[in-house]
Design a protein around this ligand. Sequence first.
Ligand code: GTP
Ligand code: MG
Length: 427
Amino acid sequence: MFVDTAKVFIEAGKGGDGAVSFRHEIYVPKGGPDGGDGGRGGNVILRAAKELNTLLDFRYQPELKARPGKAGGKQNMAGKSGENITVKVPVGTVVVRDGEVLADFIEDGQEVTIAKGGGGGFGNAHFKSSVRQTPRIAEVGEPGEKFEAELELKLLADVGLVGLPNAGKSTFLSVVSNARPEIADYEFTTLTPNLGVADIDESSLLIADIPGLIEGASEGKGLGYQFLRHVERTSVILHLIDSLSSDVAGDYLKIRAELEKYSADLVKRPEIVALTKADAVDDEIIAMQSTDLSKVTSSQVFAISSSAHRGTTELLRALVKSVKTAREQRANESTEVVTEGDVPVITLTDKDYSNAWEVLRREDGVFEVKGGKIERFAVRTDFANVHSVNRLRDIMKKLGVAAELNRLSAEPESIVEIAGKQFTFFE
Ligand SMILES: Nc1nc2c(ncn2[C@@H]2O[C@H](COP(=O)(O)OP(=O)(O)OP(=O)(O)O)[C@@H](O)[C@H]2O)c(=O)[nH]1
Ligand SMILES: [Mg+2]
């Protein structure tokens, strides 16, 4: 498994503020309140897209922000909602926040609202009552959810390269893909797996190159064995054989034996065989070697030269076809059903907005009030407007918070803090 990661800052849109406004009509001297509500802030949505296969773009653009809602207007005009943003992520991306998995993208087109925009604040039209004919208060919009998240991409390669050391595996990868692995004329040049994306026609293939395998690999000889778990998860195996070898069929069988010892499943995996370095050997010899190989395998046999770019396109096309067939087959066999419940998504609305609260007297003398509902009211309060703060004080009375503050001997000038906002108990 190859893991690609990126850190992103996600911020949903703030809700628009509610408006304070009164009707002005010629024959109505004292018009009622008509301040409209603020619009909802935009959500941040992630969507899995199969055409992406790296998180690299997020390194350059690590901020995913949705638009805020517009403020409410006169004549009960509601503010426009902020636009959602939809950001594409590769299939296989896992979103983690503080060590907790928020979403796991396993299917093309799968969408998850990763951060919810804040609700719009109520305009003053909502605050009219028999005792309050001219409400001069409106709510401010709620903040959108914002947090830092870790994106992790777990890639399953389509094609796994196997072969003896020095067979030309890394060279092939370097020629057909964007990868730049180390290449040298000795065995065990590759020490850890390389991964590359090869584009061919309208498709792309993710190819994994692992260290060469040798006879006895399953008993711990060489390096490649421990990396076979990468190949185990690929759709198709590409078995490369050096045409400069004196016994290509023998080479093929050696590797197959090691693969079989690793896992009986691995030898049943769709496979394509290719003779490498065809530029260095006469065509008649290549033809003879192909015949030898067809006696020991029923797989398709190709001949390529990575350095002369010969036969590589045909080989890639055959791989695309084989990967497609393998995927379709797997999709038919798979009975795995992913239910929504498997993907926990935390949003503002899941939070606790209960009436319960508690009051703490801190060492600095500040009275801190905590509780789902009271905190929600506090974030919607416009602290620059004394009427709004008074409304919050009313709510504190209704919920019994004020009585508790009195019991804890809070003075009128004592500082109260709710959801990070401070104000005096009574003015
Ligand atoms: N003439 C010729 N030489 C090639 C070709 N492909 C690879 N070679 C040479 O073969 C040698 C080994 O190539 P690598 O790609 O490093 O082989 P590998 O299979 O990755 O080897 P390990 O990482 O050790 O398993 C290098 O010297 C390459 O230049 C080719 O198409 N033609
Ligand atoms: Mg190599």
